[in-house]
Design a binder for this molecule. Sequence first.
Ligand SMILES: [Zn+2]
Length: 507
Amino acid sequence: MKLKLILLFYLLLLATTFSQSDKLAVVTSAGTKYIPAYERQGILYFSVIHLADAIAVNYYYNADAQKLELKFNDYNLKITAKNPFIILTSRVSDYSESRQIPTSTYFKDDQIFIPLIYSFDIIRKASGNNLTLESGKIVLKGKIPEVPETKAGFDITGISVDEKINGTLIRVKSKKRILTYNSSYKQNVLKVIFRNVNADTDKIKLDGGKGLIQEVKAVNNGKDTEIQFVLGKEYTTNEVLNADGSNDILITIHNKIFSRDEEREKNKAKWEFDVIVIDAGHGGKDAGAIGVNGVKEKDVNLGVGLKLGKLIEQQMKDVKVVYTRKNDTFVELYKRGKIANEENGKLFISIHCNSTSNKQSDATGFEVYLLRPGRTKEAISIAETENSVIKYEDNPGKYEKLTDENFILVTMAHSAYMKYSEKFSDLLNKQMTAELSISSRGIKQAGFYVLVGASMPSVLIETGFLSNKNDEKYLKSAKGQNDIAGAIFKAIENFREYYEKVMQTEQ
Ligand SMILES: [Zn+2]
């Protein structure tokens, strides 16, 4: 009898130990929440999505691909099911890091679980060190933002949907700033949840569908609003973000560049690698940067551009070279993209030289730029310098300010080409690193008007610094210009190989 009791006691004890590991406590200014967790071989795994909810961090979850992206203030954290890599990317600089944890993440009950001890360090970093681990509990420093009370009426009053070249843009009209939202995708349905708002659900409708969206449905669910978008097969990814200058939320739905099978055949010729556009920056009344010893940027750009063109014409005879300028003339920025588009370019290369504001500086090296909102101060200031040439134009007002919101639209149009632009810049950076006597400052991103206009894979090269004596000398010399042109040409050859392979297999 006594033995049975003891046994029962141990069983009870055992049961409680197990049930304790079913939950992980998360302590915030809003109180303690228990999120799903379980123990496996002595290691505690917890559901990442539930952590994000508990600490009010926005996220996007693709349930089909089993990929989750948490959007902290300064970092994005990407986690994939059954995969030991956690990827951290900065939202404010070019920094990114990939962390391999000793065990894979798990997928259970439709959720991704990650091992607490191996992942906490990188999660803490992503949170800006606002998370700590205190006696087995995750604790959030600081306050979860207080949500203003909803006044009479609805916060979300409607939506508008616009079809764009490579996707669909949705504007969710809101009277209140919405800080917390997340999105998830599963079997053709994109679900976006907005926290602490209510919506006039009758007004959130789309009759007959538009663009990639077949159907829209909204429900108010407790304190949240949930909008569901039924999407077409060509969906690839989405972005949800606060609009610039209003309380609205913008949702971009991106589609595949090559979609339907019948279109693929029809468009095959259209995607042949047959036209390269060379854009020598500046020209005519716009000299660009001036070197310490008086070398003009426009001359270097043209020199490199013409040398590159010649190489292509001689060694890639089936490819047509289009120059935005072939001599010392002024060409407006928007015209450069227009020329490229009209000629159906497959690659756009804009050639420039860098300079610091105080002449005679030590800064040296080349940079390859992609079109994306500039993340670092330095990238933004370089873009501003290159963009400032519009002051020479008759009607500079036609350029929209590249605010975040305009950028979304522009980069959305570019997202289809981004993969190719990235690939080319990578090949280019490698080739230039191997062949030039000036070193690489890396691949960067910034908002250049000249890249905005071109609807094709495109990069901008800052070949070196005219404010640096050595760089200037090299950039002026025939050897320097030949080196640069040669390196770009080899990168084009490698890119072409890649491009044609992708066109054949992946479409
Ligand atoms: Zn320039």
